[in-house]
Write a protein that binds this ligand. Structure first.
Ligand code: F2R
Ligand code: MG
Ligand code: MG
Length: 314
């Protein structure tokens, strides 16, 4: 179980770093950069992991969700060189200027809020910690998303990604049942339709080409165009490496779809399944590989050793 917790967080960071050099590239250009061998290029993570670190730190330190503290950690960790989305940047700027975390994100996109994938990309700590309680997982996924993403589709994407990770933590034998459980869990029609499409595409097996996956499931910056291809990539392959290579090879928002697929796969197969040659290249330093692993261990300790009920404080 500990290796599933650390696998989800490290898997997310590895998928992010693996996709980062080709973010925004089309499918063909991604393949031409990586060639045949798909070696990790730089090993530097982006905003996806920096924010995921903030979510984990805040849950651990507060023994649960504390919106003001999580927002503060996003701001303290913020390094613009990691490449943040415009909506997230704007929400954090508003909080720095004094707006509350409950209000800031509601002003974005003409008052509709963001449905970008920035909430789902950072959700792995919620998925592992609340893996055994779907209601609480949804509640905390929504609340942690709301700091930057208040649109229903942004929050539901984060909850769906968190629940996919939760199912992956629950066990190997259940992979076949996962779509059924996802279908029951998801509330929004946009995501229900995407899950139906995942099912159809999986039935076609390897005959389906990448163009079809992209046109049916997406590969973009919106939560509903990135969580579905990440889930598909996980379900289609039977190991961490093939899953993440496939997710990134779709092009588009490669670091983010890489992070999402890496988090689900890492939670399912455990940390030991992550190729050494990739994890050794993941950046170290103050909040690098060892620190991310430690956050996974701390969440495990809070859950199973201290038996903490990570509650909600606002
Ligand atoms: N920002 C980037 N990458 C570009 C820069 C990287 C470059 N390689 C570099 O090194 O500098 N990546 C990161 O941003 C994505 C997450 O974005 P987030 O945080 O969700 O931002 P935002 O702006 O809220 O949403 C993304 C876009 O979605 C569309 N959108 C969202 N809500 C909308 C709404 N209500 N109506 C219409 N459109 C909406 C907009 O186009 C948003 O800009 C990740 O890829 C992360 O890696
Ligand atoms: Mg990124
Ligand atoms: Mg991205």
């Amino acid at each position: 179980m500990k290796s599933k917790f650390t696998g989800a967080l490290i898997g997310s960071a590895i998928g992010d770093a693996f996709g980062a050099p080709v973010e925004g590239y089309g499918m063909k250009k991604v393949s031409s950069v990586y060639g045949e061998d798909w070696k990790m290029i730089f090993g530097r993570y982006t905003d996806d992991t920096e924010m995921m670190i903030g979510v984990a730190e805040s849950l651990i330190e507060n023994k649960g969700f504390n919106g003001a503290d999580m927002a503060r950690r996003f701001i303290e960790n913020y390094d613009m060189r990691r490449g943040y989305g415009p909506g997230s940047k704007e929400a954090l700027r508003r909080i720095i200027e004094g707006e509350s975390w409950e209000e800031a994100s509601k002003k974005l996109f003409g008052g509709k809020g963001s449905y970008g994938n920035g909430a789902a990309m950072r959700i792995a700590p919620v998925g592992i910690f609340y893996y055994d309680d779907a209601d609480k997982l949804r509640e905390i996924a929504y609340k942690s998303s709301h700091i930057t993403h208040s649109h229903e589709l942004g929050k539901e994407g984060a909850a769906l990604q968190a629940f996919s990770i939760a199912l992956a933590v629950r066990g190997r034998a259940k992979k076949e049942d996962m779509l059924l459980e996802l279908k029951e869990f998801v509330e929004n029609e946009v995501y229900k339709e995407k899950i139906r499409k995942i099912e159809e595409l999986l039935e076609k097996k390897a005959e389906v080409d990448k163009e079809e996956i992209i046109s049916e499931l997406g590969n973009g910056e919106e939560a509903f165009n990135s969580v579905p291809p990440a889930i598909y990539s996980f379900l289609r392959f039977d190991n961490f490496k093939d899953c993440v290579i496939y997710a990134v090879s779709l092009g588009g928002d490669t670091d983010t779809i890489g992070a999402m697929s890496g988090a689900i796969s890492g939670a399912y197969y455990g940390e030991g399944s992550i190729p050494k040659e990739w994890s050794e290249k993941l950046e170290e330093g103050e909040k690098g590989r060892s620190y991310i692993k430690r956050l996974g261990e701390e969440l495990y300790r809070a859950k199973f050793v201290l038996n903490t009920d990570l509650n909600i404080r606002e």
